[in-house]
Design a protein around this ligand. Structure first.
Ligand code: SAH
Length: 355
Protein backbone atom coordinates (compact mmCIF):
# COMPACT_ATOMS: atom_id res chain seq x y z
CA UNK A 1 0.00 0.00 0.00
CA UNK A 2 1.32 3.45 -0.99
CA UNK A 3 1.69 6.24 1.51
CA UNK A 4 -0.46 9.18 0.50
CA UNK A 5 2.26 11.74 1.32
CA UNK A 6 4.39 10.25 -1.45
CA UNK A 7 2.16 11.73 -4.15
CA UNK A 8 2.69 15.01 -5.94
CA UNK A 9 -0.36 16.87 -7.22
CA UNK A 10 0.41 15.51 -10.68
CA UNK A 11 0.50 11.94 -9.26
CA UNK A 12 -2.95 12.50 -7.79
CA UNK A 13 -4.23 13.83 -11.11
CA UNK A 14 -2.93 10.78 -12.95
CA UNK A 15 -4.44 8.56 -10.28
CA UNK A 16 -7.93 10.04 -10.62
CA UNK A 17 -7.82 10.28 -14.41
CA UNK A 18 -6.86 6.60 -14.55
CA UNK A 19 -9.92 5.82 -12.48
CA UNK A 20 -12.16 7.88 -14.76
CA UNK A 21 -12.65 10.39 -12.00
CA UNK A 22 -12.59 14.17 -12.35
CA UNK A 23 -9.11 15.69 -12.31
CA UNK A 24 -10.10 18.34 -9.75
CA UNK A 25 -10.40 15.58 -7.13
CA UNK A 26 -6.61 15.74 -7.04
CA UNK A 27 -6.60 19.35 -5.85
CA UNK A 28 -9.32 18.57 -3.34
CA UNK A 29 -7.36 15.74 -1.76
CA UNK A 30 -4.15 17.76 -1.84
CA UNK A 31 -5.85 20.63 -0.04
CA UNK A 32 -7.31 18.33 2.60
CA UNK A 33 -3.87 16.92 3.29
CA UNK A 34 -1.78 20.05 3.25
CA UNK A 35 -4.09 22.99 3.91
CA UNK A 36 -6.58 21.49 6.33
CA UNK A 37 -4.17 18.84 7.55
CA UNK A 38 -6.73 16.09 8.09
CA UNK A 39 -5.42 12.89 9.64
CA UNK A 40 -8.10 10.53 8.29
CA UNK A 41 -9.89 10.03 4.97
CA UNK A 42 -13.27 10.39 6.66
CA UNK A 43 -12.54 14.07 7.30
CA UNK A 44 -12.40 14.75 3.54
CA UNK A 45 -16.06 15.62 3.59
CA UNK A 46 -16.47 16.96 0.05
CA UNK A 47 -15.48 13.65 -1.55
CA UNK A 48 -17.99 11.06 -2.71
CA UNK A 49 -18.28 7.89 -0.69
CA UNK A 50 -16.83 5.76 -3.53
CA UNK A 51 -13.83 8.04 -3.88
CA UNK A 52 -13.17 7.91 -0.15
CA UNK A 53 -13.44 4.14 -0.06
CA UNK A 54 -11.12 3.85 -2.99
CA UNK A 55 -8.54 6.11 -1.34
CA UNK A 56 -8.83 4.20 1.90
CA UNK A 57 -8.18 0.93 0.12
CA UNK A 58 -5.15 2.19 -1.74
CA UNK A 59 -3.34 4.54 0.58
CA UNK A 60 -2.16 4.80 4.12
CA UNK A 61 -1.56 8.05 5.94
CA UNK A 62 1.09 9.04 8.50
CA UNK A 63 3.66 6.51 9.56
CA UNK A 64 6.32 8.45 11.42
CA UNK A 65 6.24 9.44 15.06
CA UNK A 66 8.12 11.86 17.26
CA UNK A 67 9.77 9.83 20.03
CA UNK A 68 12.03 12.41 21.61
CA UNK A 69 12.27 16.18 21.76
CA UNK A 70 15.26 18.10 23.12
CA UNK A 71 14.93 21.82 23.60
CA UNK A 72 17.32 24.70 23.98
CA UNK A 73 16.87 28.44 23.45
CA UNK A 74 15.46 28.97 19.96
CA UNK A 75 15.95 25.38 18.89
CA UNK A 76 14.16 22.07 19.24
CA UNK A 77 15.51 18.77 18.09
CA UNK A 78 13.13 15.95 17.19
CA UNK A 79 13.89 12.27 17.00
CA UNK A 80 11.48 10.34 14.77
CA UNK A 81 10.74 6.67 14.72
CA UNK A 82 9.89 5.31 11.26
CA UNK A 83 7.58 2.43 10.40
CA UNK A 84 10.47 -0.05 10.54
CA UNK A 85 11.61 1.46 13.87
CA UNK A 86 14.61 3.16 12.28
CA UNK A 87 15.34 6.62 13.67
CA UNK A 88 16.04 9.96 12.01
CA UNK A 89 16.10 13.47 13.35
CA UNK A 90 15.08 16.97 12.39
CA UNK A 91 15.88 20.30 14.00
CA UNK A 92 13.62 23.33 14.23
CA UNK A 93 15.35 26.68 14.56
CA UNK A 94 13.60 29.93 15.44
CA UNK A 95 15.10 32.86 13.56
CA UNK A 96 13.98 36.47 13.57
CA UNK A 97 12.78 35.94 9.98
CA UNK A 98 10.76 32.79 10.76
CA UNK A 99 11.25 29.13 11.60
CA UNK A 100 13.46 26.84 9.65
CA UNK A 101 13.48 23.10 9.88
CA UNK A 102 16.42 20.89 9.03
CA UNK A 103 15.21 17.65 7.41
CA UNK A 104 16.90 14.23 7.15
CA UNK A 105 16.91 12.33 3.86
CA UNK A 106 18.44 8.95 4.75
CA UNK A 107 18.76 6.58 7.69
CA UNK A 108 22.52 6.95 8.21
CA UNK A 109 24.88 8.12 5.47
CA UNK A 110 27.52 6.54 3.27
CA UNK A 111 29.54 9.65 2.45
CA UNK A 112 31.93 9.01 5.33
CA UNK A 113 32.93 12.62 6.13
CA UNK A 114 35.36 12.14 9.00
CA UNK A 115 34.00 14.87 11.28
CA UNK A 116 30.31 14.04 10.88
CA UNK A 117 28.29 11.90 13.28
CA UNK A 118 25.72 10.87 10.66
CA UNK A 119 28.26 8.74 8.87
CA UNK A 120 29.22 6.80 11.98
CA UNK A 121 26.14 4.73 11.32
CA UNK A 122 26.25 3.64 7.68
CA UNK A 123 23.27 4.13 5.45
CA UNK A 124 20.50 1.68 6.23
CA UNK A 125 18.11 2.99 3.61
CA UNK A 126 16.84 6.05 1.81
CA UNK A 127 13.89 7.89 3.26
CA UNK A 128 10.80 7.77 1.14
CA UNK A 129 9.33 11.08 0.06
CA UNK A 130 6.50 10.80 2.56
CA UNK A 131 8.98 10.42 5.42
CA UNK A 132 10.51 13.78 4.52
CA UNK A 133 7.11 15.43 4.12
CA UNK A 134 5.94 13.96 7.41
CA UNK A 135 8.92 15.37 9.35
CA UNK A 136 7.64 18.80 8.42
CA UNK A 137 3.97 18.04 9.08
CA UNK A 138 4.65 16.40 12.45
CA UNK A 139 6.81 19.27 13.67
CA UNK A 140 4.22 21.86 12.65
CA UNK A 141 1.58 19.86 14.47
CA UNK A 142 3.70 19.35 17.57
CA UNK A 143 4.78 22.94 18.03
CA UNK A 144 1.64 24.49 16.54
CA UNK A 145 3.61 26.84 14.37
CA UNK A 146 4.23 27.42 10.69
CA UNK A 147 7.58 26.56 9.21
CA UNK A 148 8.78 29.20 6.80
CA UNK A 149 12.08 27.69 5.65
CA UNK A 150 13.30 24.17 4.95
CA UNK A 151 16.97 23.21 4.87
CA UNK A 152 17.83 19.72 3.70
CA UNK A 153 20.89 19.32 5.91
CA UNK A 154 19.91 16.60 8.35
CA UNK A 155 21.09 13.01 8.32
CA UNK A 156 21.98 11.70 4.88
CA UNK A 157 23.19 12.92 1.53
CA UNK A 158 20.16 14.35 -0.32
CA UNK A 159 21.73 13.80 -3.74
CA UNK A 160 22.17 10.11 -2.90
CA UNK A 161 18.35 10.00 -2.69
CA UNK A 162 17.69 12.32 -5.57
CA UNK A 163 14.31 11.23 -6.95
CA UNK A 164 12.62 11.17 -3.55
CA UNK A 165 14.16 14.54 -2.72
CA UNK A 166 12.80 16.14 -5.89
CA UNK A 167 9.30 14.81 -5.19
CA UNK A 168 9.56 16.18 -1.64
CA UNK A 169 10.43 19.62 -3.03
CA UNK A 170 7.57 19.44 -5.52
CA UNK A 171 5.08 18.55 -2.78
CA UNK A 172 6.05 21.21 -0.22
CA UNK A 173 6.41 23.87 -2.90
CA UNK A 174 3.05 23.29 -4.59
CA UNK A 175 0.66 26.24 -4.31
CA UNK A 176 -2.32 24.07 -3.46
CA UNK A 177 -0.57 22.69 -0.39
CA UNK A 178 2.12 23.88 2.00
CA UNK A 179 3.21 26.39 -0.66
CA UNK A 180 6.68 26.84 0.74
CA UNK A 181 8.48 29.21 -1.62
CA UNK A 182 11.37 27.60 -3.47
CA UNK A 183 13.65 30.43 -2.37
CA UNK A 184 12.92 29.30 1.18
CA UNK A 185 14.20 25.80 0.48
CA UNK A 186 17.92 24.94 0.64
CA UNK A 187 19.50 21.63 -0.30
CA UNK A 188 23.00 20.87 0.96
CA UNK A 189 25.31 18.34 -0.69
CA UNK A 190 28.84 17.16 -0.03
CA UNK A 191 29.40 17.42 -3.79
CA UNK A 192 27.74 14.69 -5.83
CA UNK A 193 28.60 16.29 -9.17
CA UNK A 194 26.22 14.51 -11.60
CA UNK A 195 23.27 15.41 -9.39
CA UNK A 196 24.38 19.04 -9.08
CA UNK A 197 24.16 19.23 -12.87
CA UNK A 198 20.78 17.49 -12.90
CA UNK A 199 19.54 19.82 -10.16
CA UNK A 200 20.39 22.84 -12.31
CA UNK A 201 17.71 21.73 -14.78
CA UNK A 202 14.88 21.67 -12.24
CA UNK A 203 12.15 24.25 -12.72
CA UNK A 204 12.40 25.46 -9.09
CA UNK A 205 14.48 28.28 -7.68
CA UNK A 206 15.75 26.18 -4.79
CA UNK A 207 18.99 27.23 -3.03
CA UNK A 208 22.01 25.01 -3.29
CA UNK A 209 24.64 24.72 -0.55
CA UNK A 210 27.91 22.85 -0.91
CA UNK A 211 29.78 21.35 2.03
CA UNK A 212 33.26 22.39 1.01
CA UNK A 213 35.26 22.35 4.27
CA UNK A 214 38.69 22.37 2.59
CA UNK A 215 40.36 24.51 -0.08
CA UNK A 216 42.74 21.87 -1.51
CA UNK A 217 42.30 18.34 -2.80
CA UNK A 218 44.98 17.11 -0.44
CA UNK A 219 43.09 18.26 2.64
CA UNK A 220 39.60 17.55 1.31
CA UNK A 221 40.60 13.98 0.43
CA UNK A 222 41.55 13.47 4.07
CA UNK A 223 38.27 14.59 5.58
CA UNK A 224 35.71 14.01 2.80
CA UNK A 225 36.04 10.76 0.79
CA UNK A 226 33.60 12.10 -1.86
CA UNK A 227 36.47 14.32 -3.01
CA UNK A 228 38.25 11.30 -4.42
CA UNK A 229 35.32 10.67 -6.76
CA UNK A 230 34.72 14.34 -7.57
CA UNK A 231 37.82 16.42 -6.85
CA UNK A 232 37.66 20.18 -6.37
CA UNK A 233 38.32 21.15 -9.99
CA UNK A 234 35.47 18.91 -11.15
CA UNK A 235 33.16 20.21 -8.41
CA UNK A 236 33.97 23.84 -9.15
CA UNK A 237 33.46 23.31 -12.85
CA UNK A 238 30.01 21.78 -12.19
CA UNK A 239 29.13 24.70 -9.92
CA UNK A 240 30.13 27.23 -12.55
CA UNK A 241 27.78 25.42 -14.95
CA UNK A 242 25.06 25.39 -12.29
CA UNK A 243 25.42 29.14 -11.72
CA UNK A 244 25.44 29.84 -15.45
CA UNK A 245 22.29 27.80 -15.97
CA UNK A 246 20.29 28.98 -12.95
CA UNK A 247 21.74 32.42 -12.39
CA UNK A 248 21.62 31.61 -8.71
CA UNK A 249 24.12 32.21 -5.98
CA UNK A 250 25.70 29.13 -4.42
CA UNK A 251 26.48 28.85 -0.72
CA UNK A 252 29.67 27.18 0.45
CA UNK A 253 29.63 25.73 3.93
CA UNK A 254 32.99 25.65 5.64
CA UNK A 255 33.26 24.09 9.10
CA UNK A 256 36.24 25.41 10.99
CA UNK A 257 38.18 22.51 12.51
CA UNK A 258 40.94 23.54 14.88
CA UNK A 259 44.42 23.04 13.43
CA UNK A 260 43.07 21.26 10.37
CA UNK A 261 41.49 23.71 7.93
CA UNK A 262 41.46 26.98 9.87
CA UNK A 263 44.91 28.46 9.19
CA UNK A 264 45.48 31.80 7.44
CA UNK A 265 46.81 30.01 4.37
CA UNK A 266 43.57 28.02 4.14
CA UNK A 267 41.56 31.23 4.12
CA UNK A 268 43.75 32.65 1.34
CA UNK A 269 43.45 29.44 -0.69
CA UNK A 270 39.70 29.38 -0.16
CA UNK A 271 39.40 32.96 -1.36
CA UNK A 272 41.39 32.04 -4.45
CA UNK A 273 39.25 28.99 -5.12
CA UNK A 274 35.93 30.84 -5.19
CA UNK A 275 37.12 34.21 -6.54
CA UNK A 276 34.80 35.57 -9.21
CA UNK A 277 32.01 33.08 -8.49
CA UNK A 278 28.48 34.14 -7.59
CA UNK A 279 28.66 32.67 -4.10
CA UNK A 280 29.02 33.25 -0.43
CA UNK A 281 30.81 31.34 2.26
CA UNK A 282 29.12 30.31 5.46
CA UNK A 283 31.73 29.71 8.16
CA UNK A 284 30.43 27.17 10.63
CA UNK A 285 31.80 26.76 14.15
CA UNK A 286 32.23 23.00 14.56
CA UNK A 287 29.76 21.38 16.89
CA UNK A 288 32.00 19.13 18.93
CA UNK A 289 31.05 15.47 19.15
CA UNK A 290 32.50 12.41 20.89
CA UNK A 291 35.08 12.23 18.12
CA UNK A 292 38.23 13.60 19.77
CA UNK A 293 40.05 14.05 16.45
CA UNK A 294 38.11 17.23 15.76
CA UNK A 295 37.91 20.34 17.89
CA UNK A 296 36.19 23.64 17.28
CA UNK A 297 38.42 26.52 16.23
CA UNK A 298 38.89 29.33 18.73
CA UNK A 299 36.72 32.38 18.31
CA UNK A 300 39.71 34.59 17.37
CA UNK A 301 40.73 32.09 14.70
CA UNK A 302 37.23 32.10 13.23
CA UNK A 303 37.16 35.90 13.18
CA UNK A 304 40.60 36.08 11.63
CA UNK A 305 39.58 33.57 8.93
CA UNK A 306 36.50 35.65 8.25
CA UNK A 307 38.57 38.86 8.00
CA UNK A 308 40.90 37.31 5.43
CA UNK A 309 37.93 36.34 3.25
CA UNK A 310 36.51 39.84 3.59
CA UNK A 311 39.85 41.43 2.69
CA UNK A 312 39.75 39.31 -0.43
CA UNK A 313 36.26 40.69 -1.14
CA UNK A 314 34.57 37.34 -0.67
CA UNK A 315 31.03 37.37 0.74
CA UNK A 316 31.13 35.52 4.03
CA UNK A 317 29.09 35.04 7.17
CA UNK A 318 29.70 33.20 10.41
CA UNK A 319 26.82 30.88 11.15
CA UNK A 320 24.83 31.70 14.21
CA UNK A 321 24.98 28.75 16.51
CA UNK A 322 22.02 26.69 17.47
CA UNK A 323 21.83 23.95 19.96
CA UNK A 324 25.41 23.12 20.79
CA UNK A 325 24.05 22.15 24.22
CA UNK A 326 21.52 19.72 22.83
CA UNK A 327 23.79 17.92 20.40
CA UNK A 328 22.14 19.51 17.40
CA UNK A 329 24.88 18.52 14.97
CA UNK A 330 23.80 16.08 12.32
CA UNK A 331 23.26 12.60 13.56
CA UNK A 332 24.20 13.29 17.14
CA UNK A 333 20.81 12.49 18.57
CA UNK A 334 20.43 9.34 16.55
CA UNK A 335 23.94 8.12 17.27
CA UNK A 336 23.26 8.13 20.99
CA UNK A 337 19.98 6.33 20.59
CA UNK A 338 20.75 3.89 23.35
CA UNK A 339 20.32 6.73 25.80
CA UNK A 340 16.58 7.27 25.68
CA UNK A 341 16.31 7.71 29.40
CA UNK A 342 13.61 10.30 29.26
CA UNK A 343 11.58 9.67 26.17
CA UNK A 344 8.85 12.13 25.43
CA UNK A 345 6.18 10.29 23.55
CA UNK A 346 3.99 12.32 21.33
CA UNK A 347 0.60 10.90 20.74
CA UNK A 348 -0.72 11.89 17.36
CA UNK A 349 -4.10 13.02 18.56
CA UNK A 350 -3.30 15.01 21.63
CA UNK A 351 -0.81 16.40 24.05
CA UNK A 352 2.67 15.26 24.78
CA UNK A 353 3.09 12.77 27.52
CA UNK A 354 6.18 11.59 29.25
CA UNK A 355 7.03 7.98 29.69
N1 SAH B 1 25.14 15.40 3.25
C1 SAH B 1 24.82 16.77 3.08
C2 SAH B 1 23.81 17.29 4.07
C3 SAH B 1 23.92 16.88 5.51
S1 SAH B 1 25.26 17.54 6.47
C4 SAH B 1 26.05 17.61 3.09
O1 SAH B 1 27.14 17.07 3.30
O2 SAH B 1 25.97 18.80 2.85
C5 SAH B 1 24.84 19.23 6.70
C6 SAH B 1 26.05 20.10 7.06
O3 SAH B 1 26.44 19.91 8.44
C7 SAH B 1 27.27 19.77 6.23
O4 SAH B 1 27.90 20.94 5.81
C8 SAH B 1 28.10 18.99 7.22
O5 SAH B 1 29.41 18.97 6.82
C9 SAH B 1 27.83 19.74 8.50
N2 SAH B 1 28.20 19.07 9.76
C10 SAH B 1 28.31 17.76 10.00
N3 SAH B 1 28.72 17.53 11.27
C11 SAH B 1 28.86 18.74 11.84
C12 SAH B 1 29.27 19.17 13.14
N4 SAH B 1 29.58 18.30 14.10
N5 SAH B 1 29.30 20.51 13.39
C13 SAH B 1 28.96 21.39 12.43
N6 SAH B 1 28.57 21.04 11.19
C14 SAH B 1 28.53 19.74 10.89
Amino acid sequence: MQNIYNLTLKDFEDYFVNRKEKKFRATQVFEWLYRKRVTSFQEMTNLKKEVLEDLEQNFMMSTIQIVKVEEDTDVQKYLFSLKDSEKVEAVLMNHDYGNSVCISTQVGCNMGCKFCESGRLKKVRNLETHEMVEQLLEIEKYCKTRISHVVVMGIGEPFDNYDNLVKFIEIINNDHGIALGSRHITVSTCGVVPKILEFSHLPYQVNLAISLHAPTNELRNQIMPINKAYPLEVLMDALKKYIEKTNRRVTFEYILLSGINDKREHAELLAGLVRGMNCYINLIPYNETNNIDFKRSKKETILEFYDILKKNKINATIRREFGSKISAACGQLRSKKEEYDEIILYDRHGESKRS
